[in-house]
Design a protein around this ligand. Structure first.
Ligand code: COA
Length: 392
């Protein structure tokens, strides 16, 4: 099998912008290709993660983004799995390179979420829920995750304040991330006093509605060696994915089985285990998700994921010393749905190539990404990335 590498990454500004999706994409692409030949001279195909056509009344996103990248007559496809669309684009690009189908592929994601305000985003996101049972009941993303949060509080010793501490940690991380939507730290009292969205979830327990795009160039060793010096590339060492059932009502609310399967598969593919992971970007669409995914990724025992908010030196024996969501996560870096999985890859790339500035984790050489679509593990994609001086 051919090895796949990330050789370049880029992202647009994140937040509420006056740019259409195609221009957000152009900004991400321009950053990724800085110092490289034109995209048409490098990549042989493209996958674009995009959640919904409702925001801009635009499908054919594969063709449109290929056109905007100056690519003609190449394979170009939109992929969708709600918020896991970005990682699905990456997974497909990696598969093509590993299989020798293409030497280099562009994985990108874009979402213009603010076009219809919070209400428009809530309606568009609602299409990811099971229609016969759950959409009919008027369920929303915050409401479904509130069910998970309530159950987690019921089954564990965790408190609403523990969820709040995840938000405080992620806003603190985002304050050191020039890419983040919210670059301000918040204190726990602000978080606890914020308005309720879907109790027990409050404003700071929720990811925001975000415009944004990201682009990642995936290439084989030959293209990587031709275009980049070794420290500027990152290996894709492991991939895993799993689709669980769609209706949250029929799932274990406090064990994200699909994420556990996806992460374990990615660990196995990479030949690592949870203790090897230095940095992880996990899908904290709501604060409770970070605790659940810390458990699913085996960073902490079941019911104790909340403790990964502590500095590694203050964690109980048996917990790994992983740093979670150094970017600020979906919570504070922002969550432009189709782009999110690739923004996770951008952060991991920066950590593993030593470009993460004030949020750099010393000696980080192995990263885990977990990107989810639908409620919790309706669809999960996991990747393990390693720095190039490992197992070269
Ligand atoms: N965290 C922190 N601050 C937030 C925020 C968030 N998630 N969302 C909005 N804000 C801030 C805004 O910056 C704004 O601040 P300002 O008054 O200082 O300018 C203020 O809160 C009001 O913003 P607004 O956009 O009007 O908020 P809203 O009440 O319409 O929406 C939520 C807030 C939480 C309901 C909305 O962001 C939401 O639906 N989030 C979940 C998105 C989602 O489901 N994603 C998919 C997950 S799978």
């Amino acid at each position: 099998m051919t090895r796949a590498n990330l050789i370049a990454v880029g992202a647009s500004p994140l937040g509420e912008t006056n740019l259409p999706g195609r221009d957000l994409f152009s900004k991400a692409l321009a950053e990724a290709f800085e110092g490289l030949p034109d995209p048409a001279d490098v990549v042989e195909g493209l996958y674009v993660g995009a959640q919904s056509e409702r925001y801009e009344n635009q499908i054919m996103q594969g063709t449109l983004m290929a056109e905007w990248a100056g690519l003609r007559n190449v394979p170009a496809e939109r992929v969708e799995a709600c918020a896991a669309a970005g990682a699905l684009a990456l997974k497909n690009a990696v598969r093509d390179v590993r299989a020798g189908v293409h030497d280099a592929v562009l994985a990108c994601g874009v979402e213009k979420m603010t076009a219809g305000g919070t209400e428009g985003a809530t309606n568009a996101l609602g299409a990811a829920f099971e229609r016969a049972l759950e959409q009919r009941s008027g369920i929303t993303a915050p409401a479904t995750y509130a069910l998970l949060a309530r159950r987690y509080l019921h089954e564990t010793d965790a408190t609403e304040r523990d969820f709040g501490r995840i938000a405080v940690k992620n806003h603190r991380n985002a304050a050191a991330n020039p890419r983040a939507m919210f670059q301000q730290a918040v204190d726990i009292e602000t978080v606890m006093d914020a308005p309720a969205v879907a109790p027990p979830l409050k404003l700071y327990d929720c990811a925001p509605v975000t415009d944004g795009a990201a682009a990642v160039v995936v290439a084989n060793d030959e293209v990587a060696a031709e275009l980049r010096s070794r420290p500027d590339t990152v290996h894709v060492a492991g991939v895993g994915s799993a689709a669980n059932n769609l209706a949250v009502a029929e799932r274990d609310l406090t064990f994200v089985e699909g994420a556990n399967v996806a992460a374990s598969t990615a660990y196995g593919d990479a030949g690592v285990d949870a203790a090897d992971i230095d940095v992880a970007e996990v899908h904290d669409a709501f604060t409770v998700c970070e605790a659940l995914l810390a458990e699913a990724a085996e960073f902490a025992p079941e019911g104790r994921g909340i403790e990964t908010v502590e500095d590694p030196t203050d964690r109980s024996a048996g917990w790994t010393d992983v740093r979670i969501n150094t970017s600020g996560g979906l919570k504070a870096r922002g969550h432009p749905i189709g782009a999110t999985g690739l923004l996770q890859a951008v952060e991991a790339y920066e950590q593993l190539t030593g470009r993460a500035g004030d949020r750099q984790v010393a000696d980080a050489d192995t990263a885990l990404l977990i990107n989810e679509g639908g409620v919790a593990d309706a669809h999960t994609v996991a990747h393990v990335l390693t720095a190039t001086d490992r197992g070269a």
